[in-house]
Design a protein around this ligand. Structure first.
Ligand SMILES: NC(=O)N[C@@H](CC(=O)O)C(=O)O
Ligand SMILES: [Zn+2]
Length: 728
């Protein structure tokens, strides 16, 4: 392939690479460039105003990329390949943002600015892209950046728009032609080039992974000396395991306060678990004070609590005695004095007078973002949020990076989960890289302990793929959970298509998007006999469809989230991006039908869909912010407020929906307050009011519309495997 200068007339091109998910783009950029021999004669300069970089990794990765591009010449092929590799890698993770058809996270923006002030944005489309609306949105930005949009500009945009729909036919020459033909003034982009331009100085740049000593971070370039480092000590990103080649011996070490991994002395981020060590605040209940140690090592006697246990049907004030991780005894009037003095000295007594003592809650739909998006949440902080919410078991969704479509990633999560104090279960995806077409090795993943299979975040559109997966799931006796939104009926995700989206001119996601898929999958479940869960149901008609399928004998189940039974689309006007989620909040009528479904058992699980995002991400305009809200720390309270207090269901029923049913769906033995059962227990005040404060969240994220709400149902203790893992 010949080398083509992509420059303006006077030979200078400035490139700004922006990504709606900056850190990923840069990770790929740095990794790719470390593996190529850069040659050619196109000088690239990266300029940044940090736009589009949402995480600290982004900035670090960006600096590396800048260094790489500086004074280098890159040929067309290299550039193409680089963009290609970035886009391919990005498309695999589109699920987390739920932008249908691989939009947004998969879409990268390259600004080519010529020295004459002429510039263009190249919107590089991703494979599998199938929704033109986003391009139009971005192209709209271009138009709005034009100082004097003329008829030519408009026709240019139209041409570009058309070209982007056929990326294969896009040539470098066309790109060049566009770069010099469009008058786009980009504000706030610093001028990088001196007025008198001379040929770039080509200085040889060391490849990223040079030499034999050490493992260089593909994102920020920092040298990590320890052979078994998994995460970069500087930027916290995952290091490429293939590149391990370490010989340097460190003399002083820094032990991670969260996971105990021994790091090199100047490490900022832990190479074992990825947390920022200096800023890590150990959850109070994990601090090794003498008092806590004592609590951890003693038996626990819970006195005078009202035991509400849907498994045994118990609803009475009764004492519970815990020893050796299990419930040793339940009964009236168990007293410390009943035990011999040595034992009774070591009993931690909890006075649960006026409180509810229930089986530990089970949330079977959480996103802990680990690996890959640990700036939003990680397994340790996710588990702390769970404990604070009264949960002792969680089932994590698989839209991490890499996605859980392989045994190695599954094991990583399971092993880290074991250090948290709660039970962390992990699902695997149905399809590889969530691509909707190729099935994962379901058997191997089942053998390795996957809790079930789900492409949560994106719908599975291909019936053949889904039916094959359902049949395999039947063989493996594992459930399949489905995110039901057909992109055909979505103009923009995250907000209901209705009065609010009309008011905002947003487009929105129609309830039909959910209904058509739920109708299909109810019938497929019936037909295959698979155990299927309709995730986070949001539409009243979908509830009706599940009701019918259950009546017909399908092994079908449905989840409802606290936000879907508490809020309606109006919340978007009040809480903005913190009310943007997939599927969206819908109408009062839908909300009522969800409650009806909960009452009559059509909906059998309450889950949070805990979907943490960073403040920066949620600070973006509604159309650009990611979908999803956190939920673990407000779920029980909202269940009481929206379902129990108005008299829709009993407290017993709420606990059934938040513990027994989800556990059983994912093939676990449900927790119960009975002799011999594992001591997984939540103790809360049903009517104890508390205020949701953003500072109090144990989660890394605080993207919740419920901040400032006063809620009932304060959790006082969470006990998991006989240990107090949270205490208010
Ligand atoms: N619910 C959301 O809006 N987002 C979830 C994905 C999902 O559960 O669909 C996420 O991963 O952020
Ligand atoms: Zn989902």
């Amino acid at each position: 392939m010949g080398k083509v200068k992509v420059t303006s007339k006077n030979n200078q091109v400035k490139v700004q690479i922006r990504s709606s998910n900056g850190e990923q783009l840069n990770q790929n950029m740095a990794a790719y460039l470390s593996s190529v021999n850069v040659e050619g004669f196109l000088p690239f300069y990266i300029v940044t105003n940090s736009e589009g970089f949402t995480a600290e990794y982004g900035a670090a990765g960006f600096e590396t990329a800048k260094d790489f591009f500086k004074n280098r010449v890159i040929d067309q092929n290299t550039f193409y390949n680089f963009i290609d590799s970035s886009v391919k890698a990005l498309s695999g993770m589109s699920a987390y943002n739920m932008e249908y058809g691989n939009v947004l996270v998969s879409l990268d923006t390259v600004l080519v600015e010529s020295r004459t002030g002429r510039a263009m944005y190249l919107y590089y489309p991703v494979y599998g892209y199938n929704n033109g609306n986003f391009f139009n949105t971005f192209l709209g930005d271009v138009v709005s950046n034009m100082t004097t949009p003329s008829a030519t500009d408009v026709s240019y945009i139209e041409r570009l728009n058309d070209m982007l729909r056929h990326p294969d036919s896009m040539s470098w020459d066309t790109l060049k032609e566009y770069a010099d033909s469009v008058k786009v003034i980009i504000p706030n982009v610093p001028q990088m080039h001196p007025a008198s331009y001379s040929e770039p100085v080509i200085t040889p740049v060391q490849p990223i992974n040079s030499g034999n000593a050490g493992k260089t971070c593909p994102v920020c370039g920092t040298y990590n000396a320890l052979a078994d480092a998994v995460f970069c000590s500087n930027c916290g990103n995952r290091l490429n395991l293939d590149d391990i080649n370490v010989s340097i011996v460190e003399t002083e070490y820094k032990t991670c306060p969260a996971c105990g991994f021994v790091n090199s002395p100047d490490s900022v981020f832990c190479a074992g678990c990825g947390i920022k060590m200096d800023e890590y605040k150990m959850p109070e209940d994990k601090q090794e004070t003498d008092e806590k140690k004592e609590i951890q090592n003693t038996s626990i006697l819970i006195k005078n609590g009202r035991v509400v246990d849907p498994v045994s049907g118990t609803d009475e004030v009764i004492d519970v005695f815990i020893k050796n991780n299990v419930i040793e005894e339940i009964g009236h009037d168990i007293n410390a004095a009943d035990f011999n003095s040595e034992e009774s000295d070591n009993i931690k007594i909890i006075n649960a007078d006026g409180m509810i003592v229930a089986p530990g809650l089970v949330d079977t739909h959480v996103h802990f973002r680990d690996p890959g998006f640990t700036y939003k949440e990680d397994i340790i902080t996710g588990a702390s949020a769970a404990a604070r919410g009264g949960f002792t078991t969680v089932v994590c969704m698989a839209n991490t990076k890499p996605v859980v479509d392989n045994v190695e990633t599954l094991r990583y999560i399971q092993e880290k989960g074991e250090t948290t104090g709660i039970h962390v279960m992990q699902t695997a995806t149905v399809t590889k890289e969530l691509n909707g077409t190729e099935l994962v090795d379901m058997e191997a993943l089942a053998d390795a302990g996957a809790a079930g299979f789900t492409d949560d975040g994106i719908p599975i559109m291909d019936e053949h793929v889904l039916v094959t997966a359902m049949k395999k799931a039947v063989e493996l006796d594992l459930p399949i959970s489905l995110h039901e939104e057909d992109p055909e009926f979505i103009i923009r995700p995250g907000v209901n298509q209705g009065k609010v989206s009309d008011q905002l001119g947003y487009g929105g996601a129609s309830a039909t998007a959910e209904d058509v898929m739920v109708a299909r999958d109810c019938m497929l479940a019936l037909n295959t006999g698979a155990s299927v869960c309709i995730q986070h149901i949001s539409s009243g008609n979908s509830v009706e469809l599940v009701r019918l399928a259950k009546k017909l004998g399908a092994d079908i189940h449905a989840e409802a989230t606290p936000h879907h039974f508490t809020l309606t689309e109006d919340a978007v006007l009040k809480y903005g991006t913190n009310a943007r989620m997939n599927p969206p909040l819908r109408t009062e009528n839908d909300r009522e039908k969800i409650i009806e479904g909960i009452k009559d058992g059509t909906i059998d699980m309450i889950v949070t869909d805990h979907a943490p995002h960073s403040e920066e991400e949620k600070a973006k305009p509604l159309e650009n912010a990611p979908s999803g809200i956190t939920g673990l720390e407000t779920s029980l309270a909202l269940g009481i407020k929206s379902l129990v207090e108005p008299g829709h269901i009993s407290l017993m029923k709420l606990i059934e929906l938040m513990s027994k049913n989800p556990a059983e769906f994912y093939r676990m033995v449900p927790g119960s307050i009975t002799k011999g059962a594992s001591a997984d227990i939540v103790i809360f005040g049903e009517k104890d009011l508390w205020t949701v404060n953003r500072e109090d969240f144990a989660s890394k994220a605080c993207n919740s519309p419920f901040i400032g709400w006063e809620l009932p149902g304060k959790v006082h203790y969470t006990i998991c495997s006989g240990k107090i893992i949270y205490q208010a």
